[in-house]
Design a protein around this ligand. Structure first.
Ligand code: AMX
Length: 435
């Protein structure tokens, strides 16, 4: 069977033709007006980017190459005896739009395991970080430092032709994804345990190795959780902060390590990926303030107190979604199957019954429903990964899949430098002064 790179090489020419045709047929057509409010309002709804791996529907949630999360769970290859999709298969799907065979997925597992080692100097950078430096900052430092060995940066210096850009980008993207478990494992072990990082097993899948590096490799249910977790956090179309940042920085022909390092700095913000840490801190505060098995009224009062203090309810709301996030639902189903009686899961369910009503009553949030981050922490906590400061690192490992896939396509299709137009408030005032 073909390797992923070989299959991609077959697909690229027809995709280049397709884009040429789209631009010839529709290049001058308009999507509608641009409103001044959109410039001040974080560009909500502004059509501005091409992103092929996934598209987000406000009502239905994410589809990866047209496939919903339940469809991916049904169609993508699994580990022997497992019931969740292998993220290797999701990466293949994101890149090619095709569902790979079991054999192709196993080849990817082996390829990533073989590329997993990180340079000694990156290990040293991590070992020298004070344990008080947030795991996301450590993660971003290490990923940026991988640029030392970038195939793309080297090939560019040597004068590679534009037509070939995608090839070293692909090699870097594969290295990036493959090395993240060792970086994440080292950060976890340095900050939260004895600093000793075991070796990856060349015959095991990506999630299994990640679990081993974190110290949970013996727990098959945790490994299954990671398979689901990495699959559903991988990609959420192109406009979110981490995805868009990676694409933007990549458009300057910064290599995939530099581009994804930038993505991670955006993911580290509390309105984006850090929300999974914030949710768990918030749930723990509820428990310590009003105790386990708190009444609905006590939880309601706590939610209102959060809002009245001028804070957001973490894990709720979304810039695009207007219904419960299917990534939340997938995790809820995992919990119902594996940990139905977990007290913290019960609190998460209770909060789910209470928060949307309150956010609606408060009347500000456009979406009162939970997002992906409202549920991930309780699952990790259940299996003993209780250090919430680490949660966004796992989100980051997964988000590399989506960003890397688009970086490869951007270089294959010759995507130009991003450079939208900005305006000053004075310029806008002048523009409309007589209208
Ligand atoms: N709790 C309280 N208030 C909220 C809220 C929430 N969960 N979600 C939105 N609001 C408020 C906003 O802060 C804003 O208030 P303002 O008018 O005083 O500034 C108002 O409602 C309108 O906001 P919006 O248009 O509904 O949301 P947005 O597109 O500007 O922001 C998001 C989206 C996710 C940042 C916001 O819903 C939020 O802060 N949620 C909590 C943090 C969170 O869970 N982030 C993770 C999102 C998923 C991810 O990226 N991982």
């Amino acid at each position: 069977p073909l390797t992923l790179k070989e299959r991609l090489a077959e697909l690229i020419p027809s995709q280049i033709d397709k884009v040429k045709q789209i631009r010839a047929d529709h290049g001058k057509k308009s999507f509608g007006p641009v409103l001044v409010d959109q410039l001040y309002g974080g560009m909500r709804g502004l059509p501005a980017l091409i992103w092929d791996g996934s598209v987000l529907d406000a009502e239905e949630g994410i589809r990866f190459r047209g496939k919903s999360i339940p469809e991916c769970q049904a169609l993508l290859p699994r580990a022997p005896g497992g019931s969740e999709p292998l993220p290797e298969g999701l990466f293949w799907l994101l890149l090619t739009g095709e569902v790979p065979t079991q054999e192709q997925v196993s080849a990817l597992s082996r390829d990533w395991a073989a590329r997993a080692a990180i340079p000694e100097f990156v290990e040293e950078i991590l070992d020298r970080c004070p344990p008080t430096l947030h795991p996301m900052s450590q993660f971003s430092l290490a990923v940026t430092a991988l640029n030392h060995d970038s195939a793309f940066a080297k090939a560019y210096q040597e004068g590679i032709s534009k037509k070939e850009y995608w090839q070293p980008t692909f090699d870097d993207a594969m290295d990036l994804i493959a090395k993240l478990p060792n970086i994440a494992g080292r950060i976890y072990r340095n900050v939260f345990s004895d600093g000793k990082v075991p070796a990856v097993d060349l015959e095991k899948d990506y999630s299994h190795n990640l679990a081993t590096l974190l110290g949970f490799g013996d727990n098959e249910a945790f490994v299954e959780l990671l398979r689901l977790y990495i699959t559903i956090h991988s990609d959420h179309e192109g406009g979110n902060v981490s995805a868009h940042t990676g694409k933007l920085v990549g458009s300057a022909l910064s290599d995939p390590f530099l581009a994804f390092g930038a993505s991670l700095n955006g993911l580290a913000g509390p309105l984006h990926g850090l929300a999974n840490q914030e949710v768990l801190i918030w749930l723990r505060k509820i428990q310590s303030k009003i105790g386990e098995n708190a009444s609905d009224d006590a939880v309601k009062e706590y939610v209102w107190s959060t809002l009245k203090a001028g804070q957001v309810v973490p894990g709720y709301g979304h810039a695009v979604l207007r219904k419960t996030d299917p990534r939340y639902t997938a995790q809820r189903e995992f919990a119902l199957k594996h940990l139905p009686d977990d007290p913290l899961f019960k609190l998460v369910g209770q909060v789910y019954n209470i928060v949307p009503g309150i956010l609606l009553e408060a009347g500000k949030a456009k979406n009162p429903w939970p997002n992906v981050d409202a549920h991930s922490g309780v699952l990790l906590t259940h299996y003993g990964l209780t250090e919430m400061q680490f949660y966004t690192v796992l989100f980051g490992v997964s988000r590399a899949f989506g960003v890397a896939a688009q970086l490869i396509w951007d270089r294959a299709l010759g995507a130009p430098l991003e450079r939208p137009k900005s305006y000053s408030s004075d310029a806008i005032q002048n523009m409309f002064k007589d209208k």
